[in-house]
Design a protein around this ligand. Structure first.
Ligand code: FAD
Length: 564
């Protein structure tokens, strides 16, 4: 058995930022199913928000305006105290990263450059060309190495170790040997990233299956607001690869097959820089109403920006277009359509990143604090990871320091044996169901019936379909029995998580009989603050999620109808 004061599951931006903080106080380890530098954060392109006021047009920006934009963008479902905390400490968190050497792009004066992003009143998004996530991840990784944070690379966590009231660590599969090992801890932070890959048209990488969320869920911690899935307006057609909002921030136009800049119809003031929920819906409407190319996509046109701006400001986007669409955006418009991108919901926790289970914390995309409410603004997720990663690290290490006494060996042993039985059950499978088929069917059902526009009938059908898939999951074909890098076994864990989350997302969506942010219910097209200005909480039961609700924290910003 391994043992640490604080363990962090996840080596992305949130996990490593937490590790930097926790390691200042106690013995800290990071567990990651991939090398930390392969975490999904590296794919983030456009930037990270903070009201620095560095751009000429942003001189009047401040944290209050950042909070106001974020809360309005969230369609008033965000907890306002948490948003105010995040926007207040955003500038100091960015300067900290700058001092650690993060390669931000610069203004002519040598300050951190900032670009406009959707739903923001000022150019507020700090960036490193269109590779911001990579630069941030490299920065925090270097700092964690400098602090001798212990790493468990290629360990796949399957469960938490829990006594009656507290989390005592995790059980992880050492992917290199196939051995299940307990890693005990006084405090545990989940920073396992998002789940948007569970939709078939997605900007996410294949490891974003949300299994970290289900680990908490099964241990009794509710999942919050899971019905709110963000569809990014500009997924490359047909692959879904992300074309950053930074492309519109730099001035890109959205154009339909009639040559119209159609955002004029939907958000005449903000145009292409309205919040993502609005832009995505507008694109989908253009497609559905027959004003798309090949009935499938619209154009993102960057040509008027000129070669210099595209080559220096958006080099990664140009490369993606050249490699995956065989076109140069300097010369041709980019075919795009919305793609599932981000999970606004996640593991329920407060602004100290504490969950309902003592000693268990969550940060980053797997968590729901909630600072994004029903719709996240671009550039606020990397910020969420940095701010709340830091807070999670602080709070977890302080808690760990206060814990006395050692680990209960018999408790650890009983969880180890439980997970060994779970693996043995997978290994004894003798049915006919192919895990990847169940996975693909679940992704297709979510895309078709729990997508951007939802109806009661489609959601009911989806719930039944997903429950049928869950029943089929108990009849898997015999799995590969190898110990070394047994990806077949890991896939089985992933598919189990995908089916579980698909059920939670669908049940939560079905119960929210209103339209708010990214959740558009065709039978209930209006926002209904009286009945639904509240967070959905999904609790695990063996027969499916049990839902209840929690209050939204309102401080200064009265819910109003959003206009852009
Ligand atoms: C293409 C793309 C571009 C984006 N661009 C931006 C942007 O410009 N600005 C912005 O603000 N946001 C952006 N986002 C969103 C943002 O990048 C993510 O929300 C954020 O990076 C998530 O970071 P994280 O630390 O929470 O998780 P991740 O970086 O996804 O890391 C998750 C970690 O958890 C580990 N893990 C998961 N499950 C297990 C397990 N069972 N056992 C062990 N380890 C596990 C993984 O190995 C990984 O290390 C973008 C998202 C995408 C998809």
């Amino acid at each position: 058995m391994f043992q640490h004061d604080v363990i962090i599951v996840g080596g992305g931006l949130a996990g490593l930022r937490a590790a930097i903080e926790a390691s200042a106080l106690v013995d800290t380890a990071v567990i990651s199913r991939v090398h930390p530098l392969r975490s999904h954060t590296k794919a983030a392109q456009g930037g990270i928000n903070a009201a620095l006021g560095n751009a000429e047009a942003g001189r009047d920006d401040n944290p209050d305006k950042h909070a106001s934009d974020t809360i309005k963008g969230s369609d008033f479902l965000a907890d306002q105290d948490a948003v105010e905390l995040m926007t207040r400490i955003a500038p100091e968190c960015i300067f900290e990263l700058e001092h650690w050497g993060c390669a931000f792009s610069r203004t002519d004066e040598g300050k951190i450059a900032q670009r406009p992003f959707g739903g923001a009143g000022f150019p507020r998004t700090c960036y490193g060309a269109d590779r911001t996530g990579l630069y941030l991840l490299q920065t925090v990784y270097e700092q964690s190495v400098k602090r001798n944070v212990k790493e468990y690379q290629e360990y796949f966590v399957t469960a938490l170790i829990v006594d009656e009231a507290s989390c005592r660590g995790v059980i992880a599969l050492d992917v290199k040997t196939g051995e299940l090992v307990p890693i005990a801890a006084k405090a545990t932070i989940l920073a396992t990233g998002g789940a948007a890959w569970i939709y078939s048209i997605s900007t996410n990488s294949m490891i974003n299956t949300g299994n970290g969320m289900t680990i908490a869920y099964r241990a009794g911690v509710p999942l919050k607001d899971m019905e709110f899935i963000q569809f990014h307006p500009t997924g490359l057609y047909p692959s879904g690869l992300l074309i950053t909002e930074g492309a519109r921030g730099e001035g890109g136009y959205l154009v339909n097959s009639k040559g119209e800049r159609f955002m004029e119809r939907y958000a005449p003031k903000a145009m292409e820089l309205a919040p993502r929920d609005i832009v995505s819906r507008s694109i989908q409407k253009e497609i559905d109403e027959g004003r798309a190319f090949e009935n499938a996509y619209v154009h993102l046109d960057l040509r008027h920006l000129g070669r210099e701006k595209i080559v220096t400001g958006l080099p990664g986007i140009r490369e993606i277009c050249l490699l995956f669409a065989a076109l140069d955006p300097v010369e041709k418009p980019i075919p795009i359509r919305p793609a599932a991108h981000y999970t606004m919901g996640g593991i329920d926790c407060n602004s100290n990143c504490e969950t309902s289970l003592r000693g268990l914390y969550a940060a980053g995309e797997c968590s729901c604090i909630s600072v994004h409410g029903a719709n996240r603004l671009g550039g606020n997720s990397l910020l969420d990871c940095v701010v709340f990663g830091k807070i999670a690290g602080q709070k977890a290490s302080e808690f760990a320091k206060s814990v006395t006494g050692g680990t209960d060996q018999s408790l650890v042993q009983s969880f180890l044996e439980r997970e060994q039985k779970r693996v043995a059950a997978f290994q004894k499978a003798n049915g006919t169901e192919e895990p990847s088929t169940l996975r693909d069917e679940a992704r297709a059902i979510l895309t078709a019936k729990v997508g951007m526009f939802r109806s009661g009938q489609a959601l009911e059908e989806a719930l039944e379909d997903i429950r049928r898939l869950r029943a089929r999951f108990s009849k898997l074909r015999p799995l590969n029995l190898d110990n070394v890098f047994n990806l077949d076994l890991i896939r089985a864990f992933e598919v189990e998580a995908i089916l579980e989350l698909a059920e939670v997302i669908t049940a939560s969506a079905l119960a929210r009989k209103e339209s708010r942010g990214a959740h558009v219910h065709l039978d209930f097209p209006q926002r209904d603050d009286e009945r639904f200005l509240k967070h959905t909480l999904a609790h695990y039961t063996p027969s499916g999620p049990k839902l209840d609700y929690a209050e939204v924290k309102i401080t200064r910003y009265k819910p109003e109808v959003r206009k852009y």
